[in-house]
Design a binder for this molecule. Structure first.
Ligand SMILES: NC(=O)c1ccc[n+]([C@@H]2O[C@H](COP(=O)([O-])OP(=O)(O)OC[C@H]3O[C@@H](n4cnc5c(N)ncnc54)[C@H](O)[C@@H]3O)[C@@H](O)[C@H]2O)c1
Ligand SMILES: CC(C)C1=CC=C(C(=O)O)[C@@H](O)[C@H]1O
Length: 260
């Protein structure tokens, strides 16, 4: 490395980049969209309800961020393709894809219907395949891109208190998919990583009984639940040019929950 490069300040800005965040109307996805926007990216906020997606985008525009809302059911491949086509038309090629949309199912496995199993797999896992399939060819042509999947500690440890085994299986598969894709996309200078949160305060976890919540928090050295902003900060790092040598990484952002 030459002296100029060695002393150049680190640059985490995303100016000129287009980011697509799924499940961005609220919670972790919304915080990620805001944070990427504050780093300079143009942001497409995708969510199931088009009006909620548009309201969320309006909140970013009020902060001076270039943003659009897009309605999509990420479990539907054709809708995903249409979403990417719309984003590319308005904002240009997707440079940063954040696969965040997800649902949790809390039923014990023996009480789970096949329909519910399939719905969790469709939204938490198949969606990642569909979104990647839609953006990867453009990233490969441009020989640049960042794909960031939101996994979960449940995908590493299994279910139980952390959501049921079905949710854990879907997130475990997202982790494996992240590692495999990192190998396939690496030769095109595209990185593929995952952020793996533990209990984070959002609408998803608001259903957790106080006792169960306290039990989870007791296993976290930092003794508190995550905030959507905690997760967004990790995503911004992975989206930046400075994370160009990080791929196939499953980054725990979990208050120390996964430490031995
Ligand atoms: N909250 C946690 O403790 C926690 C922990 C680990 C991982 N996660 C993961 O983080 C991600 C975000 O979770 P959250 O806590 O913000 O959840 P949330 O329920 O608050 O928000 C999820 C968002 O995804 C959207 N969504 C759901 N199904 C969709 C679909 N089919 N198509 C498009 N959008 C859809 C919802 O409308 C909502 O806006 C999820 O993948 C979740 O599994 C959450
Ligand atoms: C709703 C509750 C059972 C829950 C959802 C998701 C989690 C995760 O880690 O992915 C859990 O923290 C869990 O509390």
């Amino acid at each position: 490395m030459n002296a100029a490069a060695a002393y150049a300040p680190l640059n985490f800005t995303l100016t000129g980049r287009t980011a697509l965040v799924t499940g961005a109307a609220r919670g972790i996805g919304h915080a990620i969209a805001v944070a990427l926007g504050h780093c300079g990216a143009r942001v497409a906020l995708a969510d199931l309800d088009p009006q909620a997606a548009e309201r969320a985008a309006e909140l970013l525009r009020a902060q001076g961020i270039e943003a659009i809302g897009v309605g999509v059911d990420v479990a539907e491949e054709q809708q995903v393709q249409a979403m990417v086509t719309q984003v590319e038309r308005l904002f240009g090629g997707v440079d940063i894809l954040v696969n965040n949309a997800g649902i949790v199912s809390t039923a014990p496995l023996l009480e789970l219907t096949t329909a519910e199993w399939n719905r969790v797999m469709a939204i938490d896992l198949n969606s990642v395949f569909f979104c990647v399939k839609a953006v990867l060819p453009g990233m490969m042509d441009r020989r640049a891109g960042r794909i960031i999947n939101i996994a979960s500690v449940a995908g590493k440890r299994g279910g139980g208190l952390l959501g049921n085994s079905c949710y854990a299986a879907a997130k475990g598969a997202v982790i494996a998919l992240t590692k495999g894709l990192a190998r396939e996309a690496g030769p095109f200078d595209i990185t593929v990583n995952a952020v793996s949160p533990a209990l984070t305060d959002t609408e998803m976890t608001s259903v957790l009984a106080p006792q169960a919540r306290a039990q989870v928090l007791a296993q976290m050295p930092l003794g508190r639940a995550g905030t959507p902003r905690d997760i967004a900060a990790a995503v911004c790092f992975l989206a930046s040019a400075e994370a160009g040598f990080v791929t196939g990484e499953i980054m725990d952002v979990d208050g120390g929950f996964m430490r031995d």
